[in-house]
Design a protein around this ligand. Sequence first.
Ligand code: BJ8
Length: 382
Amino acid sequence: MVQLPKNFETYAEARKTGFLNMKKLKDEGRRVVGMFCSFVPTELVEAADATTVTLCATSEEPIPAAETKLPRNLCPLIKASYGFALTDTCPYFYFSDFIVGETTCDGKKKMFEMMNEIKETYVMQLPSYRNDMALKAWEHEIEAFWKKLEDFYHITITEEDVKKAIRLKNRERDVMLRFLELGKLNPAPISGYELGTRLDSLGFNPDIEARCRIIEERTAEVLKDWEENYKGKPSRRPRILVTGCPNSGVREKTIKVIEELGADVVAFDCCNGTREKVEKVDENLPVVEALAKKYLNINCSIMSPNTNRMDYIREMIDDYAVDGVLELILTACHTYSIESHYVKKVADEKGIPYLKIETDYSTADSGQINTRLEAFVETMEQ
Ligand code: BJ8
């Protein structure tokens, strides 16, 4: 029987439920690997008959604990994720068999060294550039992670297992992409706030087929409503592209607010948007090469140069008929903050307004953000 944390009784009800659900999964013998980033080739975890849980934390609650060990001037996502590990208050971290990290930004990769003192944290060495040498190095890392999973679980993962997982994950990408692409319709048939929260809520469902079914049903429902009631009646509400860092922890004070102010968030260039989903794993290539190519192409700002991202944003502005770009940067995320220079240039080139908001998980700046969003929406309405 898997044990619960010692201070379990002190937790609030919702957290207790999270722990009990995960405990049930573990008692059934399910393997669980915790992860933090889109660069992790989850197909290998799936091929090991394990489930991945995304541990990127979105709450400010554990940050004071994290700040006893980490510098205060660090991205809230890193501090909160480490804080949950340190305080043993996240069921998904607690029940993960091990953690897989990756060398993306400096803060995260150094935090992983400290996380390893709490729970085994295996780090994939991701190159921060794209060429043949980087591809070879990344193929090597993918093979090493494959072996790590085999050694950790005392299993053999066959090429056929990986191919099957690739097909399944590609299907999931298609389903999620169709859902997110509802934003291309005018009037927008679903709020950006709902798109984001729905996808987040699936993150802890271990069954990929079930996740696909839930999203397919909602996509069909939204589309039916749009065709019956809204088709042919375009809206004048400004259409926003949200880009930048993962935004789940700041969604309430930005995306929700801008929609309440009269705009529609229709497109997401971010890791909880279409970023990882637009390119599938090539099912006709040898599996390691196919995984390496797909994952090295993810247009995160830790890549240098990262012109792919600007090309993608240009495309999205056209495809989703975007009227303004809202860039959400988590405090002290240097790579996205610096790269915002180029994102603004793309918006300028397209002749649409751009707004950059740098914020953390607290609510202290909500009033100020409100005022800036209000002015941004007014600019687009003019
Ligand atoms: S692929 S966006 S999930 S690294 S926001 S921790 S970069 S300081 S989260 Fe990310 Fe992977 Fe890239 Fe996506 Fe660092 Fe920036 Fe914090 Fe970040």
